[in-house]
Write a protein that binds this ligand. Structure first.
Ligand SMILES: Cc1ncc(COP(=O)(O)O)c(C=O)c1O
Length: 391
């Protein structure tokens, strides 16, 4: 079949010698990053401290606008941060857990770092309510919605779950939160770049994620969208001079907040990471997420079929509407299979309660899926010990 997106393969050096099925963990590096980081080094080397006023100081807000376009965020509503955990901290610092509305509702399918952060807020007065999965794949939506009540302050929830690629019903969660006055913090780390996200249509309060997976942006950049009406009034206590109206006045005493997005930033911005993140974002924006999603749905369906034909358990929703870009497979001896695949340059990963995660992105060919599955079969056939279906 004619797959136009394969034209982009040449932009990603690692595809020349690996079967790269791990964009759920670290997206492939675009060739353009070499030049981006050279520009960064040249600017630092030749312009020195003048680089701040010649572009570095405004880069984070510009990048926020660029990534905001992918999620239909209005201009000036997206700030950047080093990681998603820091985004949670910025949001938490806008609220007071000693008030009556201090309940945090989340799912045990959230990414652990996000859980650890909210659990740690108990000592500041937060009441944390964790909704537990029944099957290790899905999040019980009704139970999650029931837990969101008039005392709920925040609902930090993954859009697409990292373990199983299950897609939460973000619309229903946001609607319930609106009814009772709670705020949703939607973690789109595993969705933006492969699944369409529209923050205005969802009317979500906060949205955050990182760029190193599906956005091929490398480590060190996360984004935080704050709905403009909230952005105009919230005052993060985790703050710093980047958030000041006039940082170079070096005023003494309390902060006078800048408008968003700077209001949600704090210290010196992460320039090299922002530079490295731009080429990936440019490519994804150029292709457009709907085209990526269409291909992803087809390829994840193909992977699921290949796995089921071989009797392997799939820990990912079979309904394409309910899953993101990853297929988690529990074949026999899955952890060992993963180690063997890595030795053969088939790059995937393994997670407890998930199995081997395979994540085709726009740059993967259908053949690569077949090759990865054939490699698994070969690994299993070469084992002498009896097969155990649940490892
Ligand atoms: C859904 C989700 N949230 C958050 C993270 C990581 O958070 P952080 O950027 O703080 O490392 C991941 C990483 O795998 C993830 O999959």
């Amino acid at each position: 079949m004619n797959d136009e997106l394969l034209l982009y393969r040449a932009e990603f050096p690692i595809l020349e010698n690996t079967t790269y099925l791990i964009s759920n963990s670290l997206g492939a590096m675009p060739r353009g990053v070499y030049d981006a980081l050279k520009t960064y080094a040249d600017t630092w080397a030749t312009r020195g401290v003048r680089a701040w006023e010649e572009g570095w100081w405004t880069m984070a807000a510009e990048f926020g606008n660029e990534i905001g376009e992918l999620m239909n965020a209005p201009k000036a509503s997206v700030s950047t941060h080093p990681n998603v955990t820091t985004c949670q901290a910025v949001i938490a610092s806008c609220f007071d857990f000693s008030a009556k509305r201090n309940k945090i509702v989340y799912s045990d399918m959230n990414f652990p770092s996000v859980m650890y952060f909210w659990e740690a807020q108990r000592s500041l007065g937060a009441r944390v309510h964790m909704v537990v999965t029944d099957d290790g794949v899905t999040v019980p939506t009704e139970r999650l919605l029931d837990a969101i009540d008039e005392t709920t302050l925040l609902v930090p929830v993954s859009h697409v779950v990292f373990r199983s690629s299950y897609t939460n019903d973000a619309k229903a969660i946001v609607e319930k939160a609106h009814k009772v006055g709670a705020h949703v913090v939607l973690d789109t780390f595993q969705s933006l770049g492969t699944v369409p996200v529209d923050v205005q249509e969802l009317n979500v309060h906060f949205c955050c994620g990182g760029v190193l997976k599906w956005l091929c942006g490398g480590p060190g950049v996360a984004y935080l969208y704050v709905r403009p009406d909230l952005g105009a009034k919230l005052q993060p206590k985790f703050t710093g001079w980047s958030a000041h109206q006039d940082p170079f006045a070096f005023e003494i005493g309390p902060i006078h907040y800048a408008d968003p997005p700077l209001r949600f930033m704090n210290g010196t911005p992460h320039i090299p990471a922002l530079e490295a993140a731009r080429p990936g974002l440019k490519i994804i924006t150029e292709i457009g997420v709907p085209r990526i999603r269409e291909k992803s749905t087809r390829q994840t369906s193909r992977l699921i079929q290949l796995a089921r034909d071989r009797g392997w358990r799939v820990n990912t929703p079979l309904d394409p509407e309910k899953r993101g870009g990853t297929v988690s497979i529990y074949m026999p001896h899955s952890q060992e299979v993963c180690r063997e695949l890595l030795k053969r340059n088939v790059l995937v990963d393994w997670r407890p309660r998930a199995g081997v995660r395979m994540s085709p992105h726009f740059y993967n060919a259908d053949d690569e899926l077949d090759q990865a599955v054939a490699a698994v079969e070969e690994i299993l056939a070469s084992r002498r010990t009896p097969l155990c279906p649940r490892t």
